[in-house]
Design a protein around this ligand. Structure first.
Ligand code: GTP
Ligand code: MG
Length: 389
């Protein structure tokens, strides 16, 4: 991979030449979309005048990527989720290394059910468990890796290797690259995962370490940043390929508006918040989720530990008045709120130490022997899993 890979060979001046280049296929280096100058609301749009100028610059970006980079603002485009799944499915026709990126803080929300079926049962899978920086620093690396392996096993995935990573500031990039080179054995590498797990952030770090070019591919906190495959040439003629993230309807991102989402996504190490709760006590999570402790063994006080964005307000109250409290204080004491006020109740009994997961939002670690009810906006997955911490 060299710097020249990304530079333009010739300057294109005339309208005809631009049209011809478009017809032959020009792609946005930021999101992978095919460039076009006619449909404003579709992927790869750039006005003709801007495209003429951009063709003479080193890096061709569509208007949406330009805005994301310079104003941190998302311009919605018509997306077809099925198309992303089909793109992923193409991998099964090839012999390739699959790098499966997961978000450790949203492990449940970022898992792709049936992944081996999508990417071909014979292709080796390297799992990169990303965003370690969000988890408590006290967590032991080996314990975390074992936990990740356990969850993958439950999902029917046998990875060739599991690595932990902080793609935003990777310390072990060389180790990961060595592992990739060994496992790919001369084949191409597809980086796959749910939207927002950090695939493009990781690939940008690879590009930076090999060429010095910074932030080549557009990354953002908004789901659905990368729109098509982006192939980065490797030295042996194979490619490292970024793919659009699978958009899952059960991700919390769909239940709240963009401003709220910005506030909810953790940026730093999550601080554990432990509460001593009595039976029949409620914990409101912002203005859009709720935890009811209904019964405990022998009716005793119990400690529960919550892991949510540090600035997200958790509010304790009595279960008896909780419905009324929500109706009166949604939007003032209890905020931020979801698009819909109605919350769906999910009841559980804990049999061992578990995490009660509000997919994409965070989790509460609970001891055995409790009866609890978790409330979340419709469509958001709520479940119990073996405790991570
Ligand atoms: N805290 C933390 N944030 C990260 C890390 N890696 C990526 N992010 C953030 O996660 C968000 C999504 O990153 P992207 O690289 O755009 O994710 P993606 O998987 O390419 O997303 P799509 O293109 O939508 O599929 C951005 O806000 C990144 O800054 C990490 O290691 N730690
Ligand atoms: Mg991306």
């Amino acid at each position: 991979m060299t710097k020249e890979t990304f530079s333009k060979e010739a300057q294109i001046a005339s309208d005809e030449a631009v049209q011809q280049a478009l017809a032959e296929g020009l792609y946005c280096i930021g999101c992978g979309a095919k460039m076009q100058t006619s449909a404003k609301d579709e992927a790869g749009y750039l006005p003709l005048g801007a495209l003429k100028k951009a063709l003479n610059s080193e890096q061709l970006l569509c208007q949406r990527c330009f805005r994301l980079r310079h104003y941190n603002e998302i311009q919605p485009v018509t997306l077809d989720d099925g198309e992303f799944a089909r793109l992923l499915h193409q991998v099964s026709d090839e012999r390739a290394l699959v790098v499966y990126v997961l978000d450790l803080f949203d492990f449940t929300g970022s898992a792709i059910p049936g992944l081996p079926r999508f990417v071909g049962a014979d292709n080796p899978i390297l799992v990169l468990a990303n965003k370690v920086d969000l988890l408590p620093r006290s967590l032991k690396e080996n314990k975390l890796k074992d936990w990740v392996r356990g969850r993958l096993k439950e999902a029917g995935i046998q990875p060739a290797a599991v690595e932990l990573m902080t793609a935003a500031h990777p310390k072990n990039l060389d180790d990961i690259l060595t592992k990739i080179d060994t496992l790919r054995a001369g084949r191409s590498v597809y980086v796959v995962g749910t939207t927002n797990v950090g695939k493009s952030t990781f690939i940008n770090q690879v590009i930076k370490s090999k060429t010095g070019i910074q932030e080549l591919i557009t990354t953002s906190r908004f789901p659905g940043t990368t729109l098509d495959q982006i192939a980065i040439p490797l030295d042996d003629g194979q490619s490292l390929i970024d793919t659009p993230g699978i958009i899952k309807e059960d991700q919390f991102a769909h239940a709240v508006d963009e401003q709220t989402l910005k506030y909810l996504l953790p940026k730093n190490e999550i601080k554990a918040r432990t509460y001593q709760l009595n039976p029949e006590q409620t914990l409101f999570i912002g203005g859009f989720a709720r935890f009811d402790l209904v019964t405990t063994p022998a009716g005793e006080k119990t400690a529960v530990t919550a892991y949510f964005e540090n600035n997200l307000n958790l509010h304790r109250t009595k279960l008896a008045g909780a419905d009324d409290f929500y109706a009166r204080h949604r939007g003032d004491l209890l905020q931020p709120v979801a698009k819909e006020a109605a919350l769906v109740a999910h009841s559980f009994k804990t049999k061992e130490k578990v995490d009660l997961v509000y997919a994409g939002l965070g989790f509460i670690t609970l001891p055995a022997g409790l009866a609890v009810v978790a409330y979340a906006p419709a469509g958001v997955t709520v479940l119990l899993r073996k405790a991570m911490i």
